[in-house]
Ligand binder design. Structure first.
Ligand code: IPT
Length: 903
């Protein structure tokens, strides 16, 4: 009996650890110069970048991935962050929020392809560019074939490669390609590049290996040939730059044309700009504007036609949060919203709608997967530029009509089905991709001046959705053997029939509907919308749904169609499927059948929610503890030498005054925006900015690190102690692959008394990694070391909060309970108001969810993902308020960022 139980337990345990269902069918992955292929079928890879390490809530990975899928993406591009998994050499953790096996299982469940990007170097604005801090102490240049570095990265790959290998498509999983290194363009070492690939192959990676070359093909090597060459070399392109403060300046970083790097591999836009880092702290709304729908239409559609690229990785689809000390100090702050299509609080934006219009098109129209350059129809007006591609087997043509200033033109279009004069209107900074000669289901689309978003075959008829800018004219021509019957169900559409061509003329307004029957073809429902109404459609398999709310999924079983949908208000829903009954979530929705043969109903919105006010704050000063147990700085001052790598480090310097000391000269290197503070015998001497990176891009480094602090007079023989709190901001990247930025030390790097040669003996204390929340969660504040940020800490002896804070660290704690409606999604943020010379590290249930920099801005609201936040139960908030000068911190509150009913 017992043995049986043991066996069962073993089975359960091993069963849980086996990621891919053994029975999942294996597939082949191949490629040619046009596209990837799965089981010989061409695949257009339309993927968005997602960073699991920026969303410490596996439950919400599903939410984001479902939203990515619903937008029409068929893949995700995933960096794997070495540093996130490895707190120390030889130590690796893939549990909890680091469970990438779970992430990959989710992609499999959702049917999303994965481009796996395990680095070892990833950049990504994460601390060290993904290199663990301990690698700074390893001899040998990082990103080279130096033996010290080689041993280190092989250790990482020996952990991550087997996970990725068992999730490959070739073993029934989701991984379709494996990307080595990242924009490896400076100080390159081909032997290293080759070894990364040999190591992957030895671990069973058999999908195509890719690389993302920096910026454009002028960067060499491109890794398209020679030692270290990959199978599918790709290019990263950020044509809009990162200057979010000037969102109207277009294309400062070049035309953004995706380039062909190899004659026998598809064109791969490995990272194509889909947002921006906020280098100048303009706020992410500006970044979203800089990379908004207009840019997306012009640049993304141009890419389809200029290069014929069939592999895209849009960076980012969802940005997330630099929680803890995850972020790299120079380019980002806590939020990594990125101005992406899906916001940091998981909300959909107008960029999402544009992705949907383009993504559905790319998915639906198979001939786009295999195209060559073709002659473009001449345009009567130079304001509208045309470019074209055609599918060599079907003849289907794709014409790009783009304009910078806007214009109307007539195209003299020689389509596969005859020569036509096609009037088109293109807005300013806009582009259309028009299709001709396309076998659309059972129909023949001769041409259309509307854009095709998608089509489906359902209930024995074809349904096609076309759209254009509101107020512009559109025409669609379909070919029939004989005159079909045309029934205009909604809107105003004129039709004419001549020479086998049915021509429909209309203005893009709302949603017109036309039913065409007879003519020797199956019936067809044409939906003629605007940019806005088209974006209200959702498609899952053959089911088309129209609703302004998010639809996550749709399935048909018998005569019932079941949807999963979110609503933020009462909204309409219309389903185009051969069904008589509509179920949303678990409830039947009353419907009527429309003249279009669809089911229409209404979904109710969420109940209002109120969040509690944060009250009852208790405070405690960072303890002035006995430092006898601290680490003796017997090997120099930098903190990394002692393994203190994240966040703050306290230093204590003891000396016996000679009586002539007048000042202390210090230097700390913190990374950009870090500061350090100094006390003598408990008296505050002041603060200074920490030194930043030795930046090869900016050789004139202002390096504000050094600071000289005047000492009060000290009588000879007085025992004195200097206390220095250094606020490290994370580790520099290694973009230049030369160690200079990345291996820059952190903490104090220089200390000397002025006026005497008095020796000072230093001790220091820094962080210990949190075994649950990971290596980036905490730094070395004494309160962190004492667990004051943790939910279990008892703050009974803490005092009520004072109005004014003395310089230094004051801790605050309070609790609040939440009981949000179970079927509602209410993203919550912690909001800080106030400005001044102070900063706040915030902890929610022990998780460090950000740093409010009242002295720098711009971020005031810090997203708290459910999971970290208990939406049903008690929550603990702890704040470490670090005052640089006497400060009066502003109020802190909980704010709802949205409210959706989820079914
Ligand atoms: C490119 C990196 O590959 C990526 O990791 C990330 O850093 C991104 O930029 C910016 O967010 S680097 C390129 C813009 C030079």
């Amino acid at each position: 009996m017992r043995r049986l139980a043991l066996l069962l337990v073993l089975l359960l345990v091993t069963g849980a650890a086996t990621p891919v269902a053994a029975a999942a069918p294996a597939h082949t992955v191949s490629y040619d110069r046009y596209s990837l292929k799965v089981d010989g079928e061409r695949v257009f890879l339309w993927s968005g970048e997602f960073h699991y390490f920026r969303l410490p809530s596996p439950e919400l990975w599903r939410d984001v991935l479902e939203k990515i899928r619903a937008a029409g993406f068929n893949g995700v591009s995933l960096y794997f962050n070495w540093a996130y998994h490895s707190p120390a050499p030889g130590e690796y953790d893939f549990s909890g929020v680091r469970d990438v096996d779970r992430l990959l299982r989710l992609t499999e469940e959702l049917g999303l392809y994965v481009v796996a990007r395990p680095g070892p170097y990833i950049n990504a604005e994460v601390s060290g560019g993904g290199f663990p801090a301990w690698l700074k102490q390893v001899d040998g240049r990082a990103r080279s074939s130096d033996p010290g570095y080689t041993a280190a990265y092989r250790e990482w790959l020996s952990h991550i490669n087997p996970i990725l290998a068992r999730h490959q498509i070739t073993r029934g999983g989701s991984v379709i390609a494996y990307n080595v290194e990242n924009e490896y363009a400076a100080n390159t070492d081909a032997q290293y590049m080759q070894d990364l690939q040999d190591t992957a192959r030895a671990a069973g990676i058999d999908v195509p290996i890719t690389h993302n070359q920096c910026c454009d093909a002028s960067w060499t090597p491109t890794w398209a040939s020679g030692l270290g060459a990959v199978q599918i070399p790709g290019v990263d392109d950020y044509p809009q730059s990162f200057e979010c403060q000037t969102p109207d300046v277009w294309g400062p970083w070049g035309p953004g044309t995706t380039e062909r790097l190899s004659d026998n591999a598809p064109v791969y836009a490995a990272e194509y700009q889909a947002g921006a880092i906020d280098l100048n702290r303009a706020g992410y709304d500006r970044c979203r504007e800089l990379t908004g729908p207009s840019y997306m239409r012009y640049f993304y559609k141009s890419n389809l036609i200029t290069s014929g690229a069939t592999m895209f990785g849009y960076y980012m689809a969802f940005g997330g949060t630099n929680w803890g000390w995850l972020g790299q100090p120079n380019d980002v702050y806590t939020s990594y919203d990125y101005g992406a299509a899906i916001t940091e609080s998981r909300q959909l934006t107008d960029k999402y709608a544009e992705f949907k219009r383009q993504g559905y098109f790319v998915r639906a129209v198979e001939p786009l997967r295999h195209t060559d350059t073709a002659t473009a129809p001449p345009s009567s007006d130079a304001a509208v530029e045309t470019l074209a591609r055609a599918n060599p087997s079907t003849g289907t043509q794709f014409v790009l009509a783009r304009s910078l200033d806007g214009g109307s033109s007539t195209l003299d279009w020689s389509t596969p089905d005859g020569r036509y004069s096609v009037p088109v209107t293109v807005g300013a900074r806009d582009a259309l991709v028009l299709v001709a000669g396309y076998d659309l289901g059972g129909q023949r689309l001769v041409w259309s001046s509307s854009e095709l978003m998608t089509h489906t075959r359902s209930g024995g008829r074809d349904v096609a959705l076309l759209y254009g800018r509101t107020g512009t004219d559109g025409s669609t021509v379909l070919r029939y053997g004989s005159r079909p019957a045309v029934q205009v169900l909604a809107g105003s559409v004129r039709s004419s029939f001549a020479g086998g061509d049915l021509k429909l003329d209309y203005r893009h307004e709302g949603l017109s509907r036309v039913l065409v029957t007879g003519g020797g073809r199956p019936p067809m429902l044409l939906l003629l919308g605007t940019n806005e109404t088209a974006a209200e459609f959702w498609q899952f398999g053959s089911v088309l749904v129209r609703s302004p709310s998010l639809v996550r999924d749709a399935t048909v079983s018998g005569s019932t169609v079941t949807l999963r949908a979110d609503t933020s208000a009462r909204t309409s829903v219309e389903v185009f499927a051969p069904a008589r009954r509509l179920v949303v979530g678990h409830g039947v929705v009353p419907t009527r059948t429309t003249s279009s043969g669809s089911l229409a109903g209404t979904l109710r919105g969420p109940d209002p929610v109120r969040l509690p006010t944060l009250t009852g704050w208790r405070t405690q000063r960072e303890p002035v503890a006995d430092d006898s147990g601290w680490t003796v700085a017997d090997r120099g001052l930098p903190s990394g030498t002692y393994g203190y790598d994240q966040g703050h480090v306290w230093y204590r310097g003891h000396f016996t005054a000679g009586g002539t000391e007048t000042a202390v000269k210090l230097n700390a290197i913190t990374g950009k925006n870090g500061v350090y503070q100094v006390w003598l015998n408990g008296t505050y001497l002041g603060w200074a900015k920490g030194g930043t990176q030795a930046d090869s891009d900016a050789p004139v480094n202002p390096d504000p690190g050094p600071g000289t602090f005047t000492l009060p007079p000290l009588a000879p023989g007085t025992p004195a102690v200097l206390s220095v709190l250094v606020g490290n901001m994370g580790h520099n990247d290694d973009w230049t692959a030369d160690d200079t930025r990345f291996k820059q030390p952190r903490g104090l790097v220089g200390a000397a008394l002025i006026g005497a040669d008095t020796p000072v003996s230093w001790r220091l204390r820094g962080n210990e990694p949190d075994p649950v929340r990971g290596p980036f969660n905490t730094g070395g504040l004494l309160g962190e070391r004492a667990g004051w940020h943790l939910p279990g800490h008892r703050s009974g002896d803490w005092r009520p909060a004072p109005d004014t804070l003395a310089p230094g660290v004051t801790w605050y704690r309070t609790e609040f309970a939440l009981d949000l409606p179970r079927d509602q999604d209410v993203p919550v943020a912690l909001r800080f108001d106030g400005t001044g010379a102070y900063r706040v590290l915030m902890y929610v249930n022990g998780w460090q969810m950000g740093q409010f920099t009242a002295d720098l801005g711009p971020q005031k609201e810090f997203v708290l993902p459910a999971g970290v936040l208990r939406t049903h139960g008690k929550n603990t908030v702890a704040l470490a308020v670090i005052a640089l000068e006497e400060s009066t911190p502003g109020p802190v509150s909980l704010v709802p960022l949205a409210n959706h009913r989820v079914r």
